[in-house]
Design a protein around this ligand. Structure first.
Ligand code: FES
Length: 183
């Protein structure tokens, strides 16, 4: 067989192979719709990035919070953080202000919703103040600055008190937008 007819035959074989495998893969996906998702089901990174619930984190005892509602600052240590392959323990994740009202507790993220500076509690005026661009917030977390740099009030999180212990669902939120969007 001449070299040119050899080339012709090779080209023909390659074309047949591509057509056959493409049709085969399409047919498999049509017959078994889940087949197209098999790689992602097998990939642990994809499994971990699913829509999981924010875990509860233990912060302190209810009795340690002032009964008059004065906010107290606490560091948040996550007991367990998992990525695709590793589990980390006792990871510092941020800080919160906790304020008690009877047996209820409110949690504010310490990060300013403007650009993320640490917000201070001012005992004298009983409010919150961000020193970076002078946003002020009332004791309930709402914005009090006229033309506030911060587009929203301080970010709250879910809290619960169980057997005298305060737990929160710690979250960070996107800075500098009016809506509270978890990151
Ligand atoms: S970061 Fe708080 S006012 Fe800008």
């Amino acid at each position: 067989m001449s070299e040119s007819s050899n080339n012709k035959k090779n080209k023909e074989d390659r074309r047949k192979f591509i057509v056959t495998t493409t049709i085969g893969a399409s047919a498999a996906c049509a017959l078994f719709p889940l087949a197209s998702g098999i790689p992602s089901l097998l990939d642990p990174a994809t499994k971990e990035s699913g829509n999981t619930e924010v875990p509860w984190t233990k912060i302190t005892k209810l009795a340690s919070l002032p009964k008059d509602g004065t906010p107290t600052k606490f560091e948040v240590i996550l007991a367990k953080v998992r990525d695709a392959w590793t589990t980390y323990t006792n990871i510092p994740a941020g800080a919160v202000y906790l304020a008690r009202s009877g047996d209820q507790v409110t949690a504010f993220n310490l990060k300013c919703p403007h650009l993320g500076c640490a917000v201070d509690y001012r005992k004298k005026s009983n409010d919150y103040f961000c020193p970076c661009h002078n946003s002020t917030f009332a004791i309930d977390g709402s914005v009090t600055t006229e033309n506030s740099p911060s587009p929203r009030g301080m970010d709250t999180m879910d809290t619960k008190v169980d057997k005298g212990v305060v737990w929160i669902r710690f979250q960070q939120f996107r800075p500098n937008i009016a809506e509270k969007v978890p990151v």
